[in-house]
Unconditional design. Structure first.
Length: 168
């Protein structure tokens, strides 16, 4: 461990599991599965939260306040998830907040920026609603940006803790 890496997490073998932190019911399954895999493999969790741009054209001060509140809510939500990640893996997650509203674009950009992200973990929609829009888009288009391909793990959105433990 060096002064440049006080946590001892840098290096060519660090594996980050990317999870899109959204408001879907299946997000919990994706996060729990990613945590189990990270713990089993010595990896870390990166949580990506993508915010919709505030649309308020008449007064920029109102728009700025709306954006500030939206970001504060996202950071509060990520802190809540951080406690879950810490408990499950023993390591704090990395937070990434993007404000462009384009989840697929945010994933591609983040994968390009961070070569330690090795796997994207998504969960399929629950209750027979199909795979869900993000899973459908990623399966159709893949995660390939400037030649960097990223494996995607799609788990059932209704996995129980026992099932996750059995799989990991």
């Amino acid at each position: 461990m060096s002064d440049a890496d006080p946590a001892g997490t840098a290096g060519p073998h660090l594996r980050k599991f990317l999870v899109v932190a959204d408001d879907s019911p299946e997000f919990s399954a994706a996060l729990r599965y990613a945590c189990a895999r990270a713990k089993a493999t010595g990896g870390r969790i990166t949580l990506l939260r993508v915010l919709e741009p505030a649309v308020f054209e008449h007064w920029s001060g109102v728009r700025d306040e709306m954006e500030r509140q939206q970001r504060a809510e996202a950071e509060s939500l990520l802190q809540k998830f951080a406690a879950q990640v810490m408990e499950a893996t023993g390591h704090p997650p990395e937070f990434v907040v993007r404000e462009n509203g384009d989840i697929r674009g945010a994933i591609r950009a983040l994968v390009l920026e961070d070569p330690e992200i090795k796997i994207l973990v998504l969960a399929a929609a629950t209750h027979g609603r199909g795979p869900g829009p993000l899973v459908s888009a990623v399966c159709k288009e893949g995660v390939n940006h400037h030649g960097r391909k990223l494996p995607v793990t799609v788990v059932p959105g209704d996995l129980t803790d026992a099932e996750i433990a059995e799989l990991s």
